[in-house]
Design a protein around this ligand. Sequence first.
Ligand SMILES: *Cc1c(COP(=O)(O)O)cnc(C)c1O
Length: 405
Amino acid sequence: MKFPLYLDNHSTTPMDPRVLETMLPYFVEKFGNAASRNHAFGWEAEEAVEQARKQIARLIHADPKEIVFTSGATESDNLAIKGVMEMYREKGDHMITCLTEHRAVLDTAKALEAKKGLKVTYLPVDKTGMVNPEDVRNAITEKTILISIMLANNEIGTINPIKEIGKIAKEKGILFHCDATQGVGKIPVDVQDLGIDLMAFTAHKMYGPKGVGALYVRKKAPRVRLAPIIDGGGHERGMRSGTLPVPLIVGFGKACELSEQEMPTESVRLAALRDRLQAGILKSLDEVYLNGHPTQRLPHNLNLSFAYVEGESLLMGVKEIALSSGSACTSATLEPSYVLRALGVGSDLAHSSIRFGLGRFNSEEEIDYTIKRIIQIVNKLREMSPLYEMAKEGIDLKTVQWAAH
Ligand SMILES: *Cc1c(COP(=O)(O)O)cnc(C)c1O
């Protein structure tokens, strides 16, 4: 085992060495600008970009012409939401999203509310983190022009009923954007089957390079139009100007190809490792709670709350394992995760949560080591916790009259 162990694959993934190998020639040797139409350097770069576009489109069952390259999923979410809300402004001014979206969606929606006076409905989720399609239907008004619901959540891994939501959007003639960043490359994603009109995803969450992402933009039934955020040379069908980062795009394409090939075995292997991790921890520790959906979740995600243990203290105790807690990950302040809060998880248990994000390069040995260390540190922290002791003695902490300071 090589330390520190990396179990934070929802934040970013290490790049697959096969991806790097594919990228290398495009830095020095094949350095052309894909927009240079007059010479071999340009043609070579363009061909590489178009090859990658095909690999990416194939993974999500799209046409290569429907892929718009961006700098990452944050930009893709911005382009989808701002682009639609501006382009279709004469049709309406209302958008529907949900409380557990990534900040790239929530902050974009908030900016539109504040600066452009647009109206946004933030749907609640159930205690497993799932959006109810009927809530989407009921939130639709005459003025609704966009629905934006994520495929799978980045903290708890819950997978939303996207197909049902896509059906409702289609039925009502409303555009449907999906932030699929955590799902693409990990679980099958078919934009036709799911009825998605716009979809954001990014290379660095699927073993590709950082700094490149894509927005799927439907071309037929309906043909989606977008107001660009960046004006310039009219690249990417005018939707996203700027010289394409050819090496990054080539890497993104390779990452998609590898994911397509390996997904059937990889998702099964990671789900088994994840289940092993969960079972190993739950077998030896009491008062550990699963956050998210028991079955409808990403195969490589596990989010647990360890009652009477501060998530941050737990992380400090296992510094040789890279994990994420539900407290600090979203901000510099120690606010508990807004995702867990939306599920109705109390502040105490939200502060006790740990996200395990497994990935392509994790081994069974690493998982067994993690189980052992988590049990050790949780037991140690609980030994020092008077609250845990009181609870074990059968005292109901909710009824305790604490002395005022
Ligand atoms: C990581 C992530 C993003 C942001 O992606 P970048 O490429 O880092 O900008 C957006 N949405 C979700 C769900 C994510 O997990």
